[in-house]
Design a protein around this ligand. Structure first.
Ligand SMILES: [Zn+2]
Length: 116
C-alpha cells in the first residue's frame, strides 16, 4: 500500500457516505443521525464523494482518518451467505456486519471465505 497515492477521507465523511449512499437516507435524516444540520451534512457528503471519486478514477488508496487504509477494490469486499435462504451477497469493507439478509430479511447468516 505504501506505493499508492492516497486521498484522505475523514471519519465524518465516511459516516456521511454510509448514511446517505449506503443506507440511502435523506440528507435531513442522515444529518439528524450525525447531529448536524441538513446543510452541514450536505457539505460533508459532497466533500466525501469527491474524495472517493478521486480515488476511484485515479486508483488511489483512501486513507481514512485514524490510520486505517481502505481501498475500493472488489477483492476486499466481504462475502456473506444466508443460512435461511442460501442467498449470498457482498458488502464493502468498513461498513460493519450487515443487519440482515438482503433477500429474506433473516438474521442468520455468516461470512464466507475471503477472496484473493
Ligand atoms: Zn436469506
Amino acid at each position: 500500500m505504501v506505493d499508492l497515492d492516497q486521498v484522505q477521507l475523514t471519519l465524518d465523511g465516511l459516516e456521511a457516505l454510509r448514511l446517505a449512499d449506503y443506507l440511502g437516507l435523506s440528507h435531513e435524516t442522515a444529518g439528524k443521525e450525525m447531529g448536524v444540520s441538513r446543510a452541514t451534512f450536505g457539505r460533508i457528503v459532497e466533500q466525501a464523494r469527491k474524495v472517493v471519486a478521486d480515488a476511484l478514477i485515479h486508483g488511489k488508496a483512501i486513507n481514512v482518518e485514524g490510520g486505517n487504509y481502505t481501498r475500493i477494490d472488489a477483492s476486499v469486499h466481504r462475502s456473506f451467505v444466508c443460512d435461511g435462504c442460501s442467498h449470498d451477497w457482498r458488502e464493502p469493507p468498513s461498513t460493519g456486519r450487515p443487519e440482515k439478509c438482503p433477500a429474506c430479511g433473516g438474521d442468520r447468516f455468516h461470512r464466507i471465505g475471503k477472496t484473493g
